[in-house]
Design a protein around this ligand. Structure first.
Ligand code: 13P
Length: 251
């Protein structure tokens, strides 16, 4: 049976990248994506907002997709320092990450704020990647699945479909630590996410679920093979073209 959920390998550069090196990195990835000509997977990079336009220019015509790392819920207005989804779209983005755990922690983003940002992404014609994940304390207390359920119910807007939603499961304790859940733990979390989505999204079976947290070239094949994993959201390893491409190849 043909695979219906096309894997998405997304790089979240976080607050890294100055123009010259960032464009060189994007060009390295874009050239390889163009050469590979993949139709069975998608590759996305999410640079800092200052670089979205330049990276979108570098990626044009190669098949490499470009996204933002966050957006404001409003389309414009008196919100100093913020960036609207419409601005990301105008700069050449097609996707935007919302609700990353670093923003939930650093900026106090609640599920309601994340949901409003996902709706803003739709309004601007962007595909939101909604991030959820438990802390180490929550995992150790046996609350992982309950936390994921609460976050999904609060963060996924009504009316989401497989075409308008990507969910990324990123255990907070696995981000930037070199630690990952076991493959059965990833599969269990993703199975639960899909089950919860069934009550929220009409075609939940088609929603892509990414795993994120210490994904690298050497563990990508195993993590991507876990049940219900349809791609990866990659932090540190997306800052090196070879390492990121190794993950894309493993998809
Ligand atoms: P690392 O891959 O560096 O663990 O980061 C994961 C992440 O937060 C991607 O959004």
């Amino acid at each position: 049976m043909a695979r219906t959920r096309r894997p998405l390998i997304a790089g979240n550069w976080k607050m890294n990248g100055l123009k010259a090196d960032a464009i060189a990195l994007a060009k390295g990835v874009a050239d390889a994506v163009k050469q590979a000509g993949w139709t069975d997977r998608e590759v996305l990079v999410c640079p800092p907002a200052t670089l979205v336009s330049a990276i979108a220019d570098a990626a044009r015509g190669t098949g490499l997709l470009v996204g933002g790392q966050d957006c404001h819920a409003k389309p414009s207005g008196a919100h100093t320092g913020e960036i609207a989804a419409e601005m990301l779209r105008d700069a050449g983005a097609s996707h935007v990450i919302v609700g990353h755990s670093e923003r939930r922690t650093d900026c106090g983003e609640t599920d309601a704020i994340v949901r409003a940002k996902a709706e803003a992404a739709w309004r601007a014609g962007l595909l939101p990647i909604v991030c959820i994940g438990e802390t180490l304390a929550e995992r150790e207390a046996g609350k992982t699945l309950a936390v994921l359920e609460t976050q999904l119910e609060g963060s996924v807007p009504a009316g989401a479909t497989a075409a308008t939603l990507v969910v990324a499961y990123e255990p907070v304790w696995a981000i930037g630590t070199g630690k990952t859940p076991t493959t059965p733990e990833v599969a269990a979390a993703h199975a639960h996410i899909r089950k919860v989505l069934t009550g929220l999204v009409a075609d939940a079976a088609g929603v892509r679920l990414l795993y994120g947290g210490s994904v690298k070239g050497s563990n990508a094949a195993e993590l991507l093979a876990a049940g219900d994993v349809d791609g990866a959201l990659v932090g540190g390893a997306s800052l090196k073209a070879d390492e990121f491409l190794a993950i894309a190849k493993a998809a």
